[in-house]
Design a protein around this ligand. Structure first.
Ligand code: COA
Length: 198
């Protein structure tokens, strides 16, 4: 769906959360991405992203993240928690997939990250379920992977909470051949080469 754009004020609501596209021109969104992606938990699981200043976050959101939205209709979203005083950013949830001709599979993968103080409260599970439901109903996305380091029990726990099925540890070309735990949505083919993953 190249050329896609979200309606103004688009959100996916859940009982406790709100999932919304990042706005590169919102300084609070840029500052939050820097905060989240530089927590010890994020760096030890996902590595350093180089998004270390609000200016770098602005360029990343304006470039790569907006490009994903326009190309696929999905990408990396901000997760906020509803509080008595409004909404508070607590994490990200994403559906991402390479854009050809780069390394890519024929199904996106779901990912998430939460601030340390917001973990272990079911937030990643709630956000990911809602994004999968939205993408299934509105974008026809039925096949989705979940990838994480085999030792990342937090991410594996959330992927299992969503109902994803473990299909083994495999070296993945999208991670430069590094081993990853591979999860899939129920109902996906047993032969993962149909999604270009072997
Ligand atoms: C992965 C991450 C997003 C999970 O967020 P979360 O909001 O805590 O996830 P949930 O509460 O929905 O589910 C986490 C599940 O992980 C498992 N888990 C979490 N902490 C655990 C622990 N200390 N010991 C064992 N299992 C644990 C449990 O199965 C838990 O579900 P439960 O509470 O229902 O038992 C969060 O830990 C994080 O941001 N980590 C750093 C970034 C990261 O690893 N991202 C994923 C990269 S692939």
């Amino acid at each position: 769906m190249p050329g896609f754009s979200f309606p103004p004020d688009f959100t996916i609501p859940t009982p406790r959360l709100q999932i919304s596209p990042f706005n590169p021109n919102n300084p609070a969104h840029c500052a939050f991405l820097v905060q989240l992606w530089n927590t010890d938990g994020f760096i030890s699981s996902c590595g350093k992203t180089g998004i270390t200043t609000p200016e770098k976050a602005h360029s990343f959101l304006k470039g790569r993240v907006s490009e994903y939205y326009a190309y696929h209709g999905y990408g990396t979203f901000l997760v906020s928690r509803q509080t008595e005083d409004g909404v508070k950013p607590i994490g990200t949830v994403s559906l991402t997939r390479g854009i050809p001709p780069g390394p890519h599979y024929l199904a996106p993968d779901i990912g998430f990250a939460m601030l340390p103080e917001e973990c272990r409260k079911g937030h990643a599970t709630e956000a990911a379920k809602a994004l999968l439901e939205y993408a299934g109903k509105n974008l026809g996305v039925e096949a989705v992977f979940g990838f994480c380091s085999p030792a990342n029990r937090w991410s594996r726990g959330a992927l299992e909470n969503i109902g994803m099925e473990f299909r083994g540890v495999k070296p993945l070309k999208v991670f430069g051949g590094e081993d990853s735990a591979v999860y899939v949505l129920p109902g996906m083919s047993g032969d993962l080469s149909v999604y270009n993953l072997d």
